[in-house]
Each structure stands twice: as structure tokens, then as C-alpha cells.
Design a binder for this molecule. Structure first.
Ligand code: TXA
Ligand code: MG
Length: 358
């Protein structure tokens, strides 16, 4: 692991140039990176992750230096090796949100390797906001292709130690330690490759309402038009812990727990509750309290997103028979968290790898 010091980016750069794998910190989650123009290096990503080769990767690019006079021209030159065409609305989004947790899917240029795009005619690109990774990208000059640095179907890593835990003692993987991730869930993905408004392929911390408010650009849902799993996270089972994960509604938790505890009276469960309802649940679940670890969390979608994968990883180590999480409010602010929770709950449990690769 490379500690964040003055020589760590030098060593990271050597690894990327040599076609090796490098885990990179970003503001969303850690990525499993390799030189986007090196076919052999890209194969290593698919191999280590265990990801099907038709699931395309995101290419990470540098941002122009702050204070650039002609931002649009600089972005065009950074993107020109990868994209065929940048629609006007996409440039507005780029200028407003990059570097940041937003991935855009463009028509790809001829030179982009098929193995990066899973054979598709489009390419996903984002400029991550993490300063170490920006420094690396600027000095490298090229693109770094990187999916989240977890084994296929599993929880994305939000710290360097999480990456190490996913791929323990792997001499072929260097990890650039950039601390804990600021957002904690993967970027918002918009398809800007077609005619018409950008289509939302994966919700993230930048919501359609924020995009409209910040730029005036309308975003439409792209989820229903996806007939193939172009976004691997759109598989029903994903982001999953080994421990079974149950979502509960406000009234439903006692009736969900009752039969489980009846069956195995010694069983331990972790129950996440909204902070403002903690005393309510202490009373409601009184009969079961010796079986439960109650964890109070504030009802704040950004904070919840930031803690979610950390919490799931930690609870997964905790010998629980199950993890209970309250269903988030059905509002747009919670779309990204709800999306991850639903997939995590569908893919959870010891036999989940069979769901996850379906
Ligand atoms: O925040 C993030 O996006 C993180 C960090 C590391 O940048 N990356 C990430 O990568 O979440 P990954 O591979 O786990 O998810 C990226 C998604 C994939 O599900 C992939 O299918 C989708 O982006 N994607 C990539 N290229 C695409 C394309 N041409 N069209 C549609 N979806 C694409
Ligand atoms: Mg992923």
C-alpha cells in the first residue's frame, strides 16, 4: 500500500506506465485502475475482479488546472482521444460538475479499446475530484480505466484497507491510499450519447434536481430503456454483503424478526434504526433486545450514503445472522441509497455469488 506522501504518486505513476494494476482513491469509491490504452493491463482488471468482459469500464481523465482561461477548449482537448462528439448539454454538465461524482456516456472515438467499452459504441468517462488521483492523471496525461475496486457483485471499497481486504496479499496490485471516500457511493451515470436529453443510467449523489437547478439541463430516466445490462450495477443483485440483508418498513420489523428468532433463539441481528426513532424501537423490540445490536443513524441521505458501505463491511464481519435496514424515504434525495440497498439486499447472503453473476 502506498501511504499518501510525496513519492507515492511517483510510484503509482510508474505502475500505471508499466501496465500494472493500481487501486486509486476517488471521492466516490476506490477504483481498480489500469492504463486505458493498454489492452493487457485492462485484461488484468477483468481477471482480478472476476467481472464479465462485456461489462464496460469508466475511463478517468484529468481536469484542466484551476483558473484555466478557456475551460471548454481544455476539456475538448482532454476528451478528444476518447469521444467522437460532445453534445452542448454535456459540455454544460462537464463545466459545472467536473471534476466530480458524475460519469457521462459518450459516443466513443475509434481509438478507444473494445475491451474497455465491452464492445459497445459508447464510452463512459469521468474526471474524479480526489487531489491525489488528479495529480496522477495530470502527470500521466492518459486515461485510467477503473471499475470499483471490489470483487464482482460485492460492496465497493471506500478506504484503502477495504481494497486490501477485497484482494488480500496481492503482489500485483498497488494501492494508492487517499483516505476515506467523501461520498461513499458510486458516481451518477448519465447517457449523453443519443439524441434528446441526458438519460439517467445510475443514480448517485448528483441528482436530476441538482442538475436542473445548477445548469438548467433536464435529465430523463434511462433505466427503463436499458434492455441489456449496460450498467453492471443494474443487475438486481449487486453491492452485496455475505450476511443476509433485510429492508424493513416502519411497521414491519417485529413481525420479520419474530420467526427468525423463534427458529434460532441465540441468533444475533444488527438492526439499523433512524436516530429520531431509537427510543420507539427500543420499546417496540423490547422482547428481542438481547438478540439485537441497535445502530442509530441520522435520516440524512448524504451522510447515510457516506457510511453505508463502511457499515455493511463492518457488520459483515460481525457474526450476525442478518442485518436489518429501514427502507429509505421514497424521495429523489434517497434514490441512490435506495437503489444500492435494494440490490445489496437481493444479492446478500452466503450463496449470493450465484445471484450476483446472473
Ligand atoms: O464512482 C464511480 O463511478 C466508481 C469510481 C471508481 O469512479 N466507478 C464505478 O465503476 O462505479 P463500476 O465499473 O463499478 O461501475 C461503472 C458502471 C458499470 O456498471 C458499467 O456498466 C457502466 O458504468 N458503464 C461503463 N461504460 C458504459 C457505457 N459505455 N454505457 C453504459 N454504461 C457504462
Ligand atoms: Mg462496481
Amino acid at each position: 500500500m502506498l501511504e499518501p506522501n510525496s513519492s507515492s504518486v511517483d510510484r503509482a505513476l510508474d505502475a500505471i506506465r508499466a501496465g500494472q494494476l493500481l487501486a486509486i482513491p476517488t471521492e466516490t469509491v476506490y477504483g481498480l485502475g489500469a492504463d486505458a490504452s493498454n489492452r493487457d493491463a485492462i485484461q488484468k482488471i477483468y481477471q482480478l475482479k472476476g467481472r464479465p468482459t462485456d461489462h464496460p469500464l469508466i475511463i478517468h481523465v484529468q481536469a484542466p488546472p484551476t483558473g484555466s482561461k478557456n475551460l471548454e477548449k481544455e476539456w475538448l482537448s482532454i476528451l478528444s482521444p476518447w469521444t467522437r462528439h460532445i453534445p452542448e448539454s454535456a459540455m454544460i454538465l462537464i463545466k459545472h460538475f467536473w471534476p466530480g461524482p458524475l460519469t457521462l456516456v459518450f459516443e466513443k472515438s475509434k481509438s478507444v479499446l473494445d475491451c474497455v467499452t465491452g464492445g459497445q459504441t459508447t464510452v463512459a468517462i469521468r474526471s474524479p475530484a480526489h487531489p491525489l488521483t488528479q495529480e496522477l492523471l495530470r502527470r500521466f496525461g492518459g486515461g485510467i480505466a477503473a471499475p470499483s475496486a471490489n470483487r464482482y457483485g460485492r460492496i465497493s471499497p471506500t478506504s484503502a484497507a477495504d481494497v486490501e481486504a477485497e484482494f488480500p496479499n496481492n503482489p500485483d496490485l498497488l494501492i494508492l491510499d487517499g483516505g476515506s471516500c467523501e461520498h461513499g457511493i458510486e458516481s451518477t451515470i448519465l447517457d449523453v450519447s443519443g439524441e434528446g436529453p441526458p438519460k439517467l443510467l445510475r443514480p448517485g449523489s448528483i441528482s436530476p434536481t441538482m442538475i436542473k437547478a445548477g445548469t438548467g439541463v433536464d435529465v430523463v430516466s434511462g433505466l427503463s430503456t436499458v434492455n441489456q445490462p449496460r450498467v453492471s450495477g443494474t443487475h438486481l443483485a449487486h453491492y452485496a454483503p455475505h450476511t443476509p440483508l433485510y429492508l424493513y418498513s416502519e411497521s414491519g420489523i417485529a413481525s420479520q424478526l419474530d420467526p427468525l428468532i423463534h427458529k434460532v433463539p441465540q441468533a444475533k441481528f444488527a438492526v439499523i434504526v433512524w436516530e429520531h426513532q431509537l427510543s420507539h424501537y427500543r420499546t417496540e423490540l423490547e422482547a428481542f433486545l438481547s438478540n439485537l445490536t441497535l445502530i442509530a443513524i441520522a435520516m440524512d441521505s448524504a451522510l447515510f450514503a457516506k457510511q453505508l458501505y463502511r457499515l455493511l463491511r463492518d457488520l459483515d464481519q460481525g457474526q450476525y445472522e442478518g442485518i436489518f435496514i429501514p427502507s429509505p424515504p421514497k424521495t429523489e434525495a434517497w434514490d441512490a441509497v435506495r437503489d444500492r440497498l435494494q440490490r445489496a439486499s437481493f444479492g446478500s447472503g452466503p450463496s449470493s455469488s450465484s445471484h450476483a453473476s446472473s
